[in-house]
Design a protein. Structure first.
Length: 462
C-alpha cells in the first residue's frame, strides 16, 4: 500500500513542477529518483513519457529507457526530437540497443542507425548481423580485456582508465596478443594479488565460454548451471567478441516464458503487450490456430460418422462420448505441459525420450485405472437406481472403464512424446499446446471407445 502512496506522491510532485514550467527543477527532481520509480512514473503518466526521458541526464535516461516495455520505448522514440534520440541511442549499452532495434521495422532501424556515432553504428550493425535469437545478438562489446603477460598493477591502471565504460567490472577477461580468449578472472583475485604478479600466474583455466552462434537458450541453461554474473562470447576461432551478462539472460528468459504461455493457450506468440497490439494483428495470430484446431475437431465428426451404425444400435453409447474424449484430452494436456516445462528448464532432453515414455506408460496405466474404476462404478451405481442403461449396465460399465483406461493411457503417451518429436524436428515444443493435444486425443479417443464397445458389446447391443 505504501508503494502506491509513494507513486501517487511522485505523480503529484511531477505534475506540479510541469505546471510551474521550471525545467531545472524538473530535471533535478527526476535525477534524484530511483530508476525503477521513474519507470513506474512513465507507466502511470504515459502522456509525459517523452518529457520525463528528455528532462533526465542522458545516462539516467538510458538506464530508465532500457527497462521499459517495448511499446513505451517505441512511443518515446517517436516523440523525442532527433538530437535527443541520437543521444539516447548512443548512450544505451550495445546489447540493449540491439534488443530494441531488432523489434522494429527495417526502414525504422535504418533511420535510427544513421543517428549513431560511427563507432556505435559499427558495433550495432555487427550485433544485428548475427542470427535472430543467437548469443551474438545478446552480447555486449563493453568489457575489460587484459593481456596474459600484464602485471596486476597494469591491470588496475587499465581498469581505472576504461572501467567506467564497461558493462561490468566484476570479471576481467584475459586474451593473448592475437585476441584469443585465455581465461577470466574475478576482480577480487586481482585486488588481492601482489601488484608485480603476472596475470598468467593468477589464471586457473577454469572457464566457461559461449559461442557467438549459440542459441540464446544455451546461454540461459549455462547460466542456470553455473554461478556466473557474466560469460565470455567467442567465435569458432576462440577470438573474444563480447560478454553476456545475467540481467540480459533473465530478460530473454522472461520473454520466452511469456511466448510459451501464449502458445500453451493455442495462439502464436504476440511479441507485443496485449493492449498495444493492433486488433487485426491479434486476429491473425489467433485465427490460424483456431482454424487448425477446428479442422482437427471436424475429424471427430468424421469418426462419429464412421461409427454411426453402432451408435444407432446402442444410443446409450453416445452419452459417454464427452466423458471419454475430455478425459483423454485432459491427460494429454497434463503430460504435454509437464514435458514442455521440463524441457524448458533443461531437466530432460531428446535423448531421454525412452525414460520419459516408460514413466508415462506407467503413469497412464495408473491414472487410467483410477478413472476407469470410477467410471465403471458410476455406471453400475446409477443404473441400479434409475435403470438408465437397461439390462446391460454391467457390460456398458466395463466398456466405459476399459475405454477410459485406453484413452487416458494414449493421452499421456501422445502428450509426452509430441513435444519431444517436435524438438527433434527442429520445431518449438511449446506449439504442442494443450488445445492441440486435446484435439488430437479427441479423435483417437473416439476410435478407442467405439472399438472397445464393438469388442465387448458385439452380438449383445451391437
Amino acid at each position: 500500500m505504501s508503494a502506491e502512496v509513494d507513486i501517487d506522491n511522485l505523480k503529484d510532485q511531477f505534475i506540479d513542477l510541469v505546471r510551474q514550467e521550471d525545467v531545472l527543477q524538473i530535471r533535478e527532481f527526476l535525477n534524484d529518483q530511483n530508476i525503477s520509480d521513474v519507470a513506474e512514473l512513465i507507466y502511470e503518466l504515459p502522456e509525459y513519457a517523452s518529457q520525463i526521458i528528455g528532462h533526465m541526464s542522458i545516462h539516467r535516461a538510458a538506464s530508465v529507457f532500457k527497462i521499459l516495455d517495448l511499446a513505451d520505448q517505441k512511443s518515446i522514440i517517436q516523440e523525442l526530437p532527433p538530437f535527443k534520440t541520437a543521444e539516447l541511442l548512443n548512450e544505451l549499452p550495445a546489447d540493449d540497443r540491439t534488443a530494441f532495434l531488432e523489434e522494429l521495422h527495417g526502414e525504422v532501424v535504418k533511420e535510427l542507425v544513421k543517428l549513431l556515432d560511427p563507432e556505435e553504428r559499427k558495433v550495432t550493425l555487427s550485433l544485428l548481423g548475427y542470427p535472430e535469437g543467437s548469443v551474438g545478438r545478446l552480447m555486449t562489446p563493453d568489457y575489460i580485456a587484459v593481456q596474459v603477460d600484464w602485471t596486476v598493477q597494469e591491470v588496475l591502471e587499465h581498469i581505472r582508465e576504461v572501467g567506467k565504460d564497461s558493462e561490468t567490472i566484476d570479471v576481467i577477461y584475459v586474451v593473448n596478443d592475437k585476441g584469443e580468449f585465455v581465461d577470466d578472472i574475478r576482480i577480487r583475485e586481482i585486488i588481492l594479488a601482489s601488484p608485480d604478479k603476472k596475470v598468467g600466474e593468477i589464471i586457473d583455466n577454469r572457464y566457461i565460454t559461449l559461442n557467438v552462434n549459440d542459441d540464446q537458450e544455451v546461454a540461459n541453461q549455462t547460466f542456470k548451471m553455473n554461478n556466473r554474473v557474466a560469460l565470455p562470447v567467442v567465435d569458432d576461432k576462440n577470438i573474444l567478441l563480447g560478454i553476456v551478462t545475467i540481467d540480459d539472460v533473465l530478460w530473454v528468459a522472461s520473454e520466452e516464458f511469456s511466448e510459451d504461455m501464449q502458445k500453451f493457450g493455442g495462439t502464436e506468440a504476440l511479441n507485443e503487450p496485449y493492449l498495444e497490439i493492433p486488433i487485426v494483428k491479434l486476429f491473425k495470430k489467433r485465427v490460424v490456430w483456431l482454424v487448425v484446431l477446428f479442422l482437427g475437431e471436424m475429424l471427430t465428426a468424421t469418426a462419429m460418422g464412421y461409427f454411426e451404425d453402432e451408435i444407432a444400435k446402442a444410443v446409450v453409447l453416445a452419452l459417454f462420448v464427452p466423458l471419454i474424449i475430455s478425459s483423454g484430452g485432459n491427460s494429454g494436456s497434463q503430460a504435454s505441459t509437464l514435458i514442455i516445462q521440463a524441457m524448458a528448464v533443461g531437466e530432460i532432453t531428446i535423448v531421454d525420450w525412452w525414460r520419459v515414455l516408460r514413466r508415462e506408460i506407467i503413469s497412464g496405466l495408473l491414472l487410467g485405472a483410477v478413472l476407469g474404476l470410477i467410471g465403471f462404478f458410476r455406471v453400475i451405481f446409477w443404473n441400479s437406481i434409475f435403470h438408465t442403461y437397461g439390462d446391460h449396465g454391467l457390460l456398458i460399465g466395463i466398456t466405459v472403464g476399459f475405454s477410459l483406461l485406453g484413452v487416458v493411457l494414449w493421452g499421456t503417451i501422445s502428450g509426452s512424446m509430441l513435444p519431444i518429436v517436435l524438438k527433434k524436428l527442429g520445431a518449438d515444443p511449446a506449439t504442442s499446446s494443450a488445445p492441440f493435444v486435446a484435439t488430437l486425443v479427441d479423435v483417437t479417443g473416439l476410435i478407442i471407445y467405439f472399438s472397445m464397445a464393438y469388442i465387448i458389446l458385439s452380438g449383445i447391443l451391437l
